[in-house]
Design a binder for this molecule. Structure first.
Ligand code: ZN
Length: 242
């Protein structure tokens, strides 16, 4: 099955529309959480996500904060401002949809978690040590995560019991044969100095995984962030992807 995988939309409708159009026809869609937070279009994004066919969507930490499941005490000041704006602006039916999301699911024998399989809501897999602990305790061979906003791959080497860790660029292709954790990067707020929206395609029959980046109209999103009175920093960072 041709599977579209993305994460960390962060209420960026323009990037979401660009990815859906660029990816074309797919058999199923996996969304790895953080539909909202930072961006200006939480309702538009949640409504569009809900309408997608064959969707599996999990809960991210910003989604959990938006529905009052997670305290924002550990968020930085700008993220706090944006989280409370999001809570106040989400419609009751969109809040209801977010409340139905689970923090971790298994689809096609692949684990989907926002942060990590060990701690789906909060843990960041950024280094080989954290990846190794998660890889050694995974119940499936493959796991997809988001949360760091960095497109990356962590492959477990059974012989040396070590992890090969690599950041991923546009148009990289892998056949998944070993225990692996993959992060498709962030759709709506990339932080790897490539401002284009990130997504991935997995063919579940062949195990072939491909990374993709697609440009979108960043200035229009930045204008909506400013018009909504959201922190300017969240608009500025979209230009360079940091
Ligand atoms: Zn995020």
């Amino acid at each position: 099955m041709r599977t579209l995988i993305f994460s960390d939309i962060h209420a960026n409708l323009t990037a979401l529309e660009a990815v859906l159009s660029d990816a074309g026809k797919t058999d199923q869609i996996w969304c790895l959480g953080d539909l909202v937070g930072y961006g200006p279009d939480p309702n538009e994004c949640v409504t569009l996500i809900q309408s997608l066919p064959s969707l599996t969507c999990i809960l991210g930490n910003h989604d959990a904060a938006a529905i009052g499941l997670l305290d924002t005490v550990s968020f930085n000041q700008d993220a706090k401002v944006s989280a409370s704006w999001t809570t106040n602006n989400l419609t009751p039916s969109n809040i209801q949809f977010i409340k139905t999301l689970k923090p971790m699911v298994v689809k096609n024998n692949i684990t989907l978690a926002h942060g990590s399989p060990r701690n789906p809501i909060w843990e960041y897999i950024l280094d080989s040590y954290t990846a190794k602990i998660n890889l050694e305790n995974m119940k499936t061979r493959i796991c997809f995560v988001g949360h760091t906003h960095l497109s990356s791959i962590f492959i477990y080497n059974e012989k040396s019991q070590s992890v090969d860790l690599r950041p991923l660029k546009n148009n990289e292709k892998f056949k998944l044969t070993q225990k692996t954790i993959l992060n498709p990067g962030s759709l709506g707020q990339p932080r790897d100095n490539d401002p284009r929206a990130a997504y991935a395609i997995l063919d579940t029959a062949t195990g072939i995984f491909e990374t993709h980046r697609v440009p979108y109209d960043i200035p229009s999103v930045q204008q909506r962030i400013i018009d909504a009175g959201l922190p300017e920093r969240h608009a500025m960072r979209l230009t360079q992807g940091w």
